[in-house]
Design a binder for this molecule. Structure first.
Ligand SMILES: [Zn+2]
Length: 246
């Protein structure tokens, strides 16, 4: 059976002297890995199309549970991201995060479009906006994988009184002053950050990035986002992502 689908290369791993294992987030069949025979050493068009940040149309053949690639037509590459160390760093973080939250046979068109849109913006966004881009990407990703933070009411008791509320990753949202007392993982969340998350959930990245946001708020948001995602990803250690500067 043949399947034609668009896909973005998330990861390549050396398999042998000449061969690669390539992981791709596809539009039609979710995340898949396939064997790229001879692609490690070859210098042809196909070999360049399986590098990180490549966006292609793949013709795949399914044999049992495995896929082999019959042809690859490049649509666009984002290789220029690699020209700047910070953009490259952010780009690989984005691909890694997508890889962590996607599965075979689970399509997610909104996440696919978010990835393409983020890579487009990453190519030439002002370097000072990189941390804002990352935080906005993380929040939209949360929404598209079904873990949108609950911000309007206390996640535990439904109270609308959110004075001195905190964010609890294990509860998936904010807790009121009363419920915070019984929480073991509550994090500070500034009222402006509640508004900022709601704003990010409503608009497109290119419009969101026009807003001016202080680094203090973004630093707080980084803790909230990574802890919330880590909770969803069974305690994945975001320290491994080395997000120190972002
Ligand atoms: Zn409560």
């Amino acid at each position: 059976m043949y399947i034609k689908t668009e896909g973005i290369v998330l990861k390549t791993v050396k398999y042998s002297e000449k061969d690669l294992i390539i992981t791709v987030f596809t539009k039609k069949i979710g995340k898949i890995s396939f064997y790229g025979k001879g692609l490690r050493t070859s210098k042809n068009k196909t070999a360049s199309a399986v590098q990180l940040f490549s966006f292609n149309e793949f013709l795949l053949k399914k044999n049992g549970n495995n896929y082999t690639v019959s042809s690859i037509d490049p649509i666009k590459n984002y290789f220029d991201i690699s020209k700047d160390i910070d953009r490259f760093f952010i780009g690989t973080y984005i691909l890694k995060l997508i890889s962590l939250v996607t599965y075979e046979n689970q399509t997610n068109n909104r996440l696919f479009e978010l990835l393409l849109n983020t890579l487009d913006i990453l190519l030439d966004v002002d370097i000072k906006k990189l941390n804002f881009l990352i935080r906005a990407f993380e929040i939209q990703l949360m929404n598209y994988i079904g873990i949108k933070p609950n911000l309007n009411r206390c996640t535990n008791c439904n109270s609308k009184d959110l004075k001195n509320a905190k964010f609890s990753p294990s509860s998936g949202g904010v807790l009121c002053q009363k419920c915070v007392k019984t929480s073991f993982d509550s994090l500070n969340i500034d009222a402006s950050n509640i508004k900022l998350i709601e704003f990010i959930l409503k608009y497109r990245l290119e419009d969101i990035l026009k807003a001016k946001v202080s680094n203090i708020l973004l630093d707080e948001l980084k803790i909230i986002n990574t802890r919330h995602l880590a909770d969803h990803l069974d305690g994945y250690n975001f320290k491994d992502m080395n997000l120190n500067n972002f």
